[in-house]
Write a protein that binds this ligand. Structure first.
Ligand code: ATP
Ligand code: MG
Length: 259
């Protein structure tokens, strides 16, 4: 089981859109996939058609010990893709967790205790570097960092990377950066072209070849409770996420690729 946290403390950079569509693309290759929604906004759950009634058990319960991961899992609208949904309760979890022992390891422990095994677990993180994201980084094998092609793209990245370094030193030495994915690329806008060139110059090969274009189908799909890959599997956004999933799988350890 390979666990990938999708993290960037900047808001609105495409974490959730990437989580939903990469999970769908990976499930389509035959892998069993779990998407754990760790954002109180619950957008990943909503975007996969999980109703409020289906969120009786959630990532909040998993973190606070009220449910196991196996108990909290619900089937999504996509075959082989299951979800641990999020509810607004989760917004209080960062404060509540302060009282708990091993507060940084709650999620890691929950995964160690899970009976079920998935080939890939994706965690959709909230836009902060607080305890929720730290729990994800402690539990994960690697990180996917979506970076929006805009002027301030690299701003905040050093803070993210120093958090990763601290997590490595203290809790999870094996945590790696699987890659950085450029999102919301607009070919008609010279600035995004420039940003993409600059980001590649600074970060090098950690940046995936595949670039996610700005594509209205990607933003429409969640209102239908569907991944873009099902809503319109031929749109440019869907094709890009299929290519990105392929690139990500190729970067996984050999054993995980064979799954
Ligand atoms: P948050 O930090 O709030 O969790 P996020 O990083 O998860 O945000 P998303 O929710 O995926 O970001 O995207 C932010 C907004 O941009 C959403 O309305 C989404 O539909 C839209 N969006 C994301 N990616 C694209 C894209 N490639 N093309 C067009 N719209 C996009
Ligand atoms: Mg999000």
């Amino acid at each position: 089981m390979t666990c990938i946290a999708i993290a960037n403390q900047k808001g609105g950079v495409g974490k959730t859109t990437s989580a939903i569509n990469l999970a769908t693309a990976m499930a389509a290759t035959g892998m069993t996939v779990l998407l754990l929604d760790l954002d109180p906004q619950g957008n990943a759950s909503t975007g996969l058609g999980i109703t409020q009634a289906q969120r009786k058990r959630s990532s909040y319960d998993v973190l606070l010990g009220g449910a196991t991961i196996d108990e909290a899992v619900v089937q999504s609208c996509v075959p082989r893709l299951e979800v641990v949904p999020a509810t607004v309760d989760l917004s209080g979890a960062e404060i509540e967790l302060i009282e708990y022992e091993a507060r940084t390891h709650r999620l890691d422990r929950a995964f160690n205790q899970a009976v079920r095994r998935w080939d890939i677990v994706l965690i959709d993180c909230p836009p902060s570097l607080g305890l929720l994201t730290i729990n994800a980084m402690v539990a994960a094998d690697s990180l996917l960092v979506p970076l929006q092609c805009e002027f301030f793209a690299l701003e905040g990245l050093s803070q993210l990377l120093s958090t990763v370094e601290r997590i490595r030193n203290r809790f999870n030495p094996g945590l790696s950066i699987l890659g950085v994915a450029l999102t919301m690329f607009d070919r008609r806008n010279r600035l995004t072209e420039q940003v993409s060139t600059d980001v590649r110059a600074v970060l090098g090969r950690v940046v995936f070849e595949t670039v996610i274009p700005r594509n209205v189908r990607l933003s429409e799909a969640p209102s239908h409770g569907l991944p873009a890959l099902i809503y319109d599997h031929r749109c440019a956004g869907s094709e890009a996420y299929i290519a990105l999933a392929r690139e990500m799988i190729a970067r996984l350890p050999k054993a995980a690729q064979a799954a």
